[in-house]
Ligand binder design. Structure first.
Ligand code: PLP
Length: 396
């Protein structure tokens, strides 16, 4: 019976990796898949993570299942990291949370939760948004709509249009917001704009759903939590999907957390049972390993300090690369102003060039990135930046 199903085309981003691997040009450059890379193009195991692995090896004495909600020390550590130590919402017993298999797992659990509440709910996502938001939320059976976000013609957020759209959404609709380091554009809301989003949520009654996958990669661990904290501290209900793939470098361990801030303890208790039952119906129990490592790091002062310094190192390297790329493009005679790349945050930038130019730079110079013109800044290095800048300038 299964022969009725057709073969699907390769995922655009994963397909790009395959094409990159097949390219025999020794000077090829990969700015596609969103993983952090060091100067050597390697995705390292963080030193703090390696130390936590040694500690875990010495103390783990069983491989029996962990509890359905996950490693409690991990969840508590993550909530403190996201919401801030001593946050009154944390102390008010209003937060339901489960450890999830990656940020993707968290997004899907929360999408299923929304569906259980009301299957006719509309989820609003930014235009553009991370491509995987669409199947993660849409495949749960929810309706998706887009709100205007980024204007490629002037490489900045079209906030008036965004606010205008969000001002008209229905009470009970869900609005997905990127906590920081917007993927794919790298364009983040300012503090003033977060304030407007909060006021719109208060006015219309939409519920924010914050996806935070890059905390620490934008302006810093505290700074990047600004918008999320503003919403959590001032609204009765907020959903949060967090990932430890990037800032802990734990991609393959699949560790994230699905969080729902509820109005009161009674609802919190009910939602806790709901999200656990959703997880039970998909994969039963969360994997332990990644959460156990993050638990060790976040609950050990010295290791946490070491991890924070490593996040800071990744962040400042990416900021330096942004400045270097812009300087090199100017040096090689760019006919377009790329200053905006320096203002964008995190791992991604939209270069705001056309799909034809993206294809040309790939065909002529073996530089690989997605057709939307999203580049992974961490794929740039001091060794490849001259070739990259020349290649980009040549197709403008
Ligand atoms: N959200 C965004 C915006 C992302 O870019 C990613 C990963 O690329 C995720 C969530 C989920 O990441 P993971 O499932 O690997 O933890």
């Amino acid at each position: 019976m299964f022969d009725v199903l057709p073969q699907l085309p390769a995922d655009p981003i994963l397909g790009l990796s395959t094409a990159f691997k097949a390219d025999t040009n020794p000077h090829k450059i990969d700015l596609g898949v969103g993983v952090y890379k060091d100067e050597q193009g390697h995705t390292p195991i963080l030193t703090s993570v390696a130390k936590a692995q040694t500690i875990l090896l010495g103390k783990e004495d069983s491989k029996t299942y962990i509890t359905p909600q996950g490693v409690q020390g991990y969840i508590d550590g993550m909530l403190e990291l996201m919401l801030g130590k001593g946050n009154p919402v944390l102390l008010a017993d209003r937060i339901a949370a489960v450890q999830a298999p990656g940020g993707c797992g968290a997004l899907r659990i929360l999408a299923e939760l929304i569906k259980r509440c009301d299957e006719n709910t509309t989820v609003w996502v930014s235009d553009p948004t991370w491509a995987n938001h669409i199947p993660l939320i849409g495949n749960a059976g929810l309706k998706l709509e887009t709100y205007p976000y980024f204007d490629k013609s002037n490489a900045s957020i079209n906030f008036d249009a965004m606010a205008d759209c969000l001002g008209k959404v229905k009470k009970g609709d869900i609005v997905l917001l990127h906590g920081c380091c917007h993927n794919p554009t790298g364009a983040d809301l300012s503090k003033e704009q977060w304030q407007v989003v909060l006021e719109l949520a208060q006015k219309t009654g939409f519920i924010p759903f914050v996806d935070t996958a890059y905390q620490g990669f934008g302006d810093g661990l505290e700074e990047d939590a600004y918008g999320m904290r503003l919403l959590v501290n001032n609204l009765p209900e907020v959903l949060i999907a967090a990932s430890c793939s990037k800032n802990f470098g734990l991609y393959r361990e699949r560790v994230g957390v699905a969080v729902m801030v509820t109005e009161n303890t009674k609802t919190r208790q009910a939602i806790q049972t709901q999200i656990q039952s959703i997880a039970r119906g998909i994969y039963s129990m969360p994997p332990s390993y990644g959460g156990a490592l993050v638990d060790i790091i976040l609950n050990d002062e010295a290791l946490k300090a070491e991890w924070m310094a490593e996040v800071e190192g990744m962040r400042s390297r990416m900021q330096d690369l942004r400045a270097l790329l812009v300087a090199k493009m100017n040096e090689y005679g760019a006919t377009k102003d790329f200053e905006f790349v320096k203002k964008q945050k995190g791992m991604f930038s939209f270069l705001c060039i056309t799909p034809e130019q993206v294809q040309a730079v790939r065909d002529q110079h073996s530089v690989y990135f997605v057709g939307s013109s999203r580049v992974n800044i961490a794929g740039i290095s001091k060794t490849n930046v001259d070739a990259l800048a020349k290649a980009l300038v040549s197709v403008l």
